[in-house]
Design a protein around this ligand. Structure first.
Ligand SMILES: [Zn+2]
Length: 245
């Protein structure tokens, strides 16, 4: 931008009026926000990006009026979240780190970046890149701080998306893998069943029936629940409710 030299490569943190001036005269604000991110926006957190270098920043409001604490985020791009290795590596770094350390904050910022948030939200518009990122996330199936919420969000968005046949195949495979891996939090489990229903097909049902016969007895109920989710028609649910009521 005219008159304001880019210092993004050196700048890690900037407080107060200087932070605000730098953000508002050199950086572009990124619109990140719906669902849980609405809470971020309501709390005054804003994301910024340097068009020249691609460095991104987060700003938090300071108690004293219109001041900002501007903090640079780890360097990330949208493409990162289409790459299984990158996502797996970032999740592993987060899982390794100790809450409260700089390393943890860095790993948290690298995985839950504005790029990833924006991608997952774009699934609502059936954006192919967003759908790809959400599927990659389910395929990697990260187990780290807050990953349950992230996967629930990805699954809930996918369960409303228009999907290609190859997307549906990959989601089916990821759901099977997650089911065999182990028990999930209740909300994650519910979202997985809803997504399974969204990608249901006779071939998927047949695959689950074959799997049910193969797996150890302890895993059989989990496969059965997935299978039940596919078969559960609106009519079946209504009549069950009627029987209950
Ligand atoms: Zn810059």
């Amino acid at each position: 931008m005219d008159g304001v030299p880019c210092r993004c490569a050196e700048l890690e943190e900037l407080d107060g009026p200087a932070g605000r001036t730098y953000a508002e005269t050199h950086l572009f604000e990124r619109a990140v926000g719906n669902g849980t991110d609405q809470q971020l926006v309501a709390s005054g957190i804003r994301y910024w990006r340097c068009e020249a270098t691609g460095w991104q920043f987060v700003s938090h409001p300071l108690a004293e009026g219109p001041l900002l604490r501007l903090r640079r985020l780890p360097f990330t791009t949208t493409d990162d979240y289409l790459d299984h290795d990158v996502v797996a590596r970032r999740a592993a770094a987060l899982a390794r780190s100790t809450i409260g350390t700089d390393e943890h904050q860095e790993a948290l910022d690298a995985l839950y970046s504005p790029d990833l948030r924006t991608l997952i939200q774009s699934v609502n518009r059936n954006d192919p890149m967003g759908i790809e990122a959400a599927i990659v996330l389910l395929e990697v199936d990260p187990w780290c701080f807050r990953s349950g919420y992230l996967k629930v969000s990805a699954m809930d968005h996918l369960a409303r998306a228009r999907l290609q046949p190859s997307d549906r195949d990959r989601i089916q495979t990821a759901l099977v893998a997650a089911t065999l891996k182990g028990p999930r939090r209740a909300d994650e489990h519910r979202s997985a069943l809803r997504l399974a229903r969204h990608v249901r097909s006779p071939a998927f049902a047949a695959r689950l029936e074959a799997l049910r016969a193969e797996v150890p007895a302890a895993k059989r109920p989990a496969v059965q629940r997935l299978l039940d989710a596919l078969g559960e028609s609106r009519r079946a649910r209504t009549s069950r409710r009627r029987r209950r009521g």
